[in-house]
Design a protein around this ligand. Structure first.
Ligand code: SF4
Length: 345
């Protein structure tokens, strides 16, 4: 038990765990989204991100309510259904120094938001995009979403006949440089994956399976806690060593693959049943497909590519955020503008 007279432990920016909390959740007790919220709080606290430098974005759905439940002192914007990526693009264009975290659901991403999602991927918007995936529309009483597996059953007995859209496959195909899948009930894996995403420059996409205890946690559901626990296949054991820890950090050589991220942090991928190279796009797609054919739920860091320029680099945006640039630096001087106009006559 902690000593009540002891000061709470603070992180490298001098904040305590409490500083990363938000309001009390109003979601159903046991909802996977609340577990993800607690893992986000832990990852941001342990990494030492200042919440005042964070913008939280979301769309519509149970998952999109969750930014209220973490980092109360961050900026936030709850967009319309499926339109979170556009708002994120605008916010990051105005201030690319903010750390952006977008929370969406499978309905918000894979149906109404699909057009926005794929273009955010191909533009490499510098944000962490978390899709809290339960295979149903929880907010409207549990209809199948586009990520529901063919053959899965609703509580009413209705069977889904349509194939699932795999958003990780889409993300890899469209050049996203950090693509992972995890499970709300697996903090050991999800927290390091979130910290790795914080160190990545460009879009990091995480598909996090998050059971809906009210509408999709029964027998016959392929996104129930039981089914996911029974069928989870780990690609590797994921660890994370932040850039501010000494390079001699302790991981067993030979049995671990180390991936260096943009800020110098390192993700350590412990080898499990066989070698896996997360920088090989075709291997990533093959392993996802093979797992799907076996009805297994594969988790881990599927793909990483640290070479892609992000959206703001491609646009050659000046380092100082546009939001704080003096007006005279945001437009050409009067004589320069006159010359431009004359040239157009
Ligand atoms: Fe979570 Fe489902 Fe309840 Fe929505 S309806 S809060 S997804 S358990």
């Amino acid at each position: 038990m902690s000593n009540p007279n002891e000061a709470p432990k603070s992180n490298r920016v001098g904040l305590t765990f409490q500083d990363y909390r938000g309001k009390e959740s109003t979601l159903c007790t046991g909802c996977g989204h609340d577990a993800i919220t607690s893992h986000i709080i832990r990852a941001f606290f342990e990494y030492g991100v200042d919440p005042r430098r964070v913008i939280k974005l979301s769309g519509i759905g149970c998952s999109s309510k969750t930014p209220t439940y973490f980092m109360a002192r961050s900026f936030g914007f709850n967009a319309v259904h499926g339109r979170m990526p556009s708002v994120a693009t605008g916010a990051l264009l105005a201030n690319h120094h903010l750390k952006a975290v977008g929370i969406s659901g499978d309905g918000d991403t894979a149906s109404i938001g699909m057009g926005q999602f794929v273009h955010a991927l191909r533009r490499n918007i510098p944000m962490i995009y978390i899709m809290e995936n339960n295979g149903v529309y929880g907010l409207t009483k549990g209809q199948f979403s586009a990520t529901a597996d063919a053959g899965s059953k609703l509580k009413t007995g209705v069977v889904n006949e349509l194939p699932a859209i795999d958003c990780c496959v889409l993300a890899i195909e469209l050049g996203c440089g950090y693509v992972a899948r995890s499970f709300a009930g697996d903090p050991k894996q999800l927290v390091p994956l979130l910290k790795g995403a914080l160190s990545h420059k460009g879009m990091a996409f995480l598909d996090v399976l998050s059971p809906c205890v009210t509408f999709n946690n029964h027998e016959g559901s392929s996104k129930s806690y039981k089914h996911l626990k029974d069928t989870e296949e780990l690609l590797h054991e994921v660890g994370f060593v932040p850039f501010y820890e000494p390079i001699s950090a302790d991981y067993p050589e030979g049995s671990v693959q180390v991936i260096e991220l943009h800020d110098g942090s390192r993700l350590t991928l412990g080898k499990l049943e066989r070698e896996y190279n997360p920088t090989d796009k075709m291997e990533a797609l093959r392993r996802i497909q093979e797992a799907r054919d076996r009805d297994e739920f594969l988790t881990g860091l599927f793909y990483v590519d640290t070479r892609q320029p992000d959206f703001t680099e491609r646009l050659n945006v000046v380092d100082e955020p546009l939001a704080t640039l003096a007006p005279e630096r945001t437009r050409p001087a009067r004589d320069v503008l006159r010359k431009i106009m004359d040239g157009l006559k």
